[in-house]
Design a binder for this molecule. Structure first.
Ligand code: NDP
Length: 279
């Protein structure tokens, strides 16, 4: 099975640069009609014009700040329409910085863009997909979803960003289990460092001017999207584009089960002894 069996309209958030623009290019190349969503209207209309010319597919644009409830509501209405067979929740910002110093307003925006918006869009899209018996949702997380056990350096300070991407992983895996007896597919893709303009801004405002690539480099967005679309075909729920040993994801699930199954109804012994020594 390939994702092309659900051809229709794909709505891609964060399509004005990087990984999102690459989803748009590859999906248009496969014959998908598109709705491109982001804040930078000029970038969206330039990409839409190019894709129409190169591929002949229909491309619409929605200029929206996904952290703004009224804008999000417009995108929810569009993604709920009958023609949408694929939602790519790709828009994301990092808000990196030491937790005690980062502007709380920026952190709220990270949560709004990385968690609230993709959840709301999936909630808007999925009832129709399930009713029509076809469709897919791809959520873009990050390898940093799995970085809770690592020290900050050399990685950026990322408590909230990592938390939002961890949410995307748990949300998607749990939803995949819930929808397992439907033809609708859900995937979370976890790129490592990717060569986009992601690190050029914390995310409050878009990067101005022409599309650029941050100095940190990384995997090409084309490879990330190639992996994600291939994984849709195989129904792999957790797609890690750079991970050669796919069993590592199974081992992670097994470790989670050990924590759950090893946890009983009575308090663990080490906490009881702490209680005694405090008394
Ligand atoms: P880019 O910065 O190139 O792309 C981010 C996209 O999100 C842009 O199109 C931007 O458009 C859009 N966006 C940001 N804020 C908003 C907003 N408030 N409303 C609507 N759209 C918004 O980075 P990437 O392509 O790298 O990032 C795409 C995804 O990949 C993100 O979710 C990121 O977390 C994830 N990722 C990236 C990695 C990397 O190393 N690059 C690694 C792992 C995951 P605009 O500014 O026009 O609104």
């Amino acid at each position: 099975m390939t994702e092309d069996q659900t051809l229709g309209t794909a709505l891609v958030t964060g399509a004005s640069s990087g990984i999102g623009a690459q989803y748009a290019r590859q999906l248009a190349g496969r014959g998908w009609d598109l709705v491109l969503v982001a804040r930078r209207a000029d970038r969206l209309s330039a990409l839409a014009a190019r894709l129409r010319e190169d591929t002949g597919v229909t491309v619409g644009t929605v200029t929206a700040d996904l952290a703004e409830p009224a804008d999000l509501a417009r995108v929810e209405a569009r993604v709920a329409a009958d023609d949408v067979a694929l939602l790519v929740n790709n828009a994301g910002i990092n808000g990196y910085g030491p937790f005690t110093e980062v502007d709380p307003g920026l952190l709220a925006k990270v949560l709004a863009v990385n968690v609230v918006a993709p959840t709301a869009l999936a909630r808007a899209a999925l009832p129709g997909m399930v009713a029509r018996g076809r469709g897919a949702v791809v959520n873009v997380a990050s390898l940093l979803a799995f970085a809770g056990g690592l020290p900050p350096g050399p990685l950026p300070h990322r408590a909230v960003y990592g938390g939002t991407k961890g949410y995307m992983v748990t949300f998607t895996r749990t939803l995949a289990a819930e929808l397992a007896d439907t033809p609708v597919r859900v995937q979370v893709v976890c790129p490592g460092l990717t060569a986009t303009e992601f690190h050029l801004t914390a995310g409050e405002a878009p990067v101005p001017g022409e599309e650029r690539v941050h100095e940190e480099g990384g995997m090409s967005p084309a490879d990330v999207v190639t992996a994600s679309l291939a994984a849709l075909g195989t129904r792999e729920v957790v797609c890690v584009p750079g991970l050669a040993d796919a069993d590592a994801v199974e081992r992670l699930a097994a470790a989670e089960l050990a924590v759950r199954r090893g946890s009983g109804a009575s308090i663990a012994g080490r906490y009881r002894s702490a209680e005694r020594s405090e008394a």
